[in-house]
Design a protein around this ligand. Structure first.
Ligand SMILES: NC(=O)c1ccc[n+]([C@@H]2O[C@H](COP(=O)([O-])OP(=O)(O)OC[C@H]3O[C@@H](n4cnc5c(N)ncnc54)[C@H](OP(=O)(O)O)[C@@H]3O)[C@@H](O)[C@H]2O)c1
Length: 259
C-alpha cells in the first residue's frame, strides 16, 4: 500500500518525547515535512535535527507552552502556511480522584486540551479546505470508552474532546478533511512512568509490582511502545485512510473492555 505521505506538511504537538515524538519521527521517515510544537526549545532543536531529511524534508519547530494564555495569538504564524495534517497532543492532566479536583484543574485541562485544539484547527482549516485535503488527529485516551480510576480530570476533559472532534468530523468531511481520535492504552513513556510512581507511592507497592498488575489487565500482557501508537496515527494521517472519519481508535493491546 502506498500511504502517499511524501511532501505532506504536518504539525505535531507535544513532540519532544513520548507519543508525539514517535509520531513526528514516523511521519518524517515517510517524507512528511514536520513542524514540532512543545515547551522545551533545546529538546525541540534536538528532535528536529534527528528527523529524516533523506527525501528533502524540511522540519521546523514552534516553542510554546499550552498553558500560555496567549496561546492562540502566539500560534498565528501557523496560518501563513498550508498544512495537510494536524496532530493535537500535549501533556496529560495531573492524576487524582475527581472529588479532590479544583476548578482550576478543570479550567487548565479544558484550555490545554480543548480550547487549544480549537485554536490550532482554526489556524489550519482554511488551507485544508482550499486544498480539499486534511487530517486532524487528536491523541486522547481510552477513558472516552471507559473512565480510568484515578484520572478524574483527564476522564472528564477527554470526553469533551471526543465530542468536539466528532462534531468537527461531521462539519469538515465534505471538504475532504477527516477528524479522528487515537486512544493510547498503557504506553511506555515518561507520562506512564510518573503515573506508575504515583500509584506505587499511594498503594505502598514496588514499581515492578504495580507494573505487573497493570500489564495483567492487558490481553497482550505488556505495555505498548510509543511507536505502536504512532503507526496507527500515521495511517490515519495518510491519504490511504480517506474513508475513516469520526472514529475513536484504541491502541491499547485490547485492554478496553468495550466494543
Ligand atoms: N503514555 C500513556 O500511557 C498514555 C495513555 C493514554 C493517554 N495518554 C495521553 O497521550 C498524550 C501523550 O502522552 P505521552 O505519554 O507521550 O506524554 P509525555 O511523554 O509526557 O509527553 C508529553 C509531550 O507533550 C509536551 N508538553 C507537555 N506539557 C506541555 C505544555 N504545557 N505545553 C506544550 N507542550 C507540552 C511535552 O514536551 P515539553 O515538555 O517539551 O513541553 C512532551 O513532548 C497525553 O495527553 C497523555 O495523557 C498517554
Amino acid at each position: 500500500m502506498n500511504l502517499g505521505l511524501r511532501n505532506k506538511k504536518a504539525i505535531v504537538c507535544g513532540s519532544t518525547q513520548g507519543i508525539g515524538k514517535a509520531i513526528a519521527t514516523e511521519l518524517a521517515a515517510l517524507g512528511v515535512n514536520v513542524t514540532c510544537i512543545a515547551r522545551n526549545q533545546q529538546a525541540l532543536e534536538n528532535v528536529i535535527q534527528n528527523l529524516d531529511t533523506s527525501l528533502g524534508q524540511n522540519h521546523n519547530f514552534l516553542c510554546i507552552d499550552f498553558a500560555d494564555n496567549e496561546f492562540s495569538e502566539k500560534i498565528s504564524v501557523l496560518s501563513k502556511s498550508k498544512f495537510d495534517i494536524l496532530i493535537n497532543n500535549t501533556g496529560g492532566p495531573a492524576a487524582g480522584p475527581i472529588a479532590d479536583a479544583e476548578s482550576d484543574d478543570f479550567l487548565l485541562a479544558f484550555k490545554m486540551h480543548l480550547l487549544n485544539n480549537q485554536a490550532l484547527v482554526q489556524k489550519v482549516v482554511v488551507g485544508m479546505k482550499q486544498q480539499s485535503f486534511g487530517r486532524i488527529i487528536n491523541i486522547i485516551s481510552t477513558s472516552v470508552k471507559a473512565p480510568i480510576p484515578g484520572l478524574g480530570v483527564s476522564n472528564t476533559i477527554r470526553a469533551a474532546v471526543a465530542n468536539w472532534a466528532k462534531t468537527l468530523s461531521l462539519e469538515l468531511g465534505a471538504y475532504g478533511i477527516t477528524v479522528n481520535n487515537v486512544l493510547p492504552g498503557f504506553t511506555d513513556t515518561n507520562r506512564l512512568k510518573k503515573l506508575i510512581e504515583k500509584k506505587s507511592d499511594i498503594q505502598g507497592k514496588s514499581i515492578i509490582e504495580v507494573e505487573n498488575e497493570m500489564k495483567k489487565t492487558v490481553p497482550l500482557n505488556r505495555f505498548g511502545e510509543a511507536k505502536e501508537v504512532a503507526n496507527a496515527v500515521v495511517f490515519l494521517s495518510s491519504p490511504a485512510a480517506s474513508y475513516i472519519n469520526g472514529i475513536n481508535l484504541p491502541v491499547d493491546g485490547g485492554r478496553t473492555a468495550s466494543l
